[in-house]
Design a protein around this ligand. Structure first.
Ligand SMILES: [Zn+2]
Length: 140
């Protein structure tokens, strides 16, 4: 295992389940793939690059040239920031999933805006109609 991979595993070991057990040690709950997270997370997570130090004394990363980029998904659950590391082999699929979800969200928002505009227009028409009916009543 390369040093920079160890750094990632150290990060994973910090992830805990609801009982506060270290998932990494118990193996109780297999972590979902990043593709699953990108697909099923209630919010669309951000895909972020990061660079890391491996810890070797004479490595280039000690003088600022860190290893990477590696990628992680990050999102918020309430006030908690959550993250999920993305395997290099999953990166393209994760990127495609996020893009697809963003396009779907844009389409939903456009539909909602159009529906709202229609609703406002109907309200205006109703008020105009009520106004002209009242006028017609007064002229009788
Ligand atoms: Zn290094």
């Amino acid at each position: 295992m390369r040093g920079d991979e160890r750094a990632i595993y150290r990060g994973r070991a910090k992830e805990t389940n609801v009982n506060g057990d270290k998932r990494f040690l118990t193996g109780a709950m297999a972590s979902p793939s990043a593709i699953e997270v990108a697909e099923t997370c209630h919010k669309i997570p951000a895909l972020l690059p990061f660079w890391t130090r491996c810890g070797k004394v004479n490595c280039r990363c000690t003088t600022g040239q860190r290893h990477g980029p590696y990628w992680l998904l990050r999102w918020r659950e309430g006030s908690t920031h959550r993250r999920h590391y993305v395997r290099a082999s999953d990166l393209d699929a994760v990127r495609a999933t996020i893009e697809r979800r963003r396009r779907a969200r844009s389409a939903e928002r456009a539909t909602f805006a159009a529906d709202l505009a229609l609703l406002h227009r109907l309200g205006t028409l109703r008020r105009e109609l009520e106004g002209s009916l009242a006028e017609a009543g007064n002229e009788r």
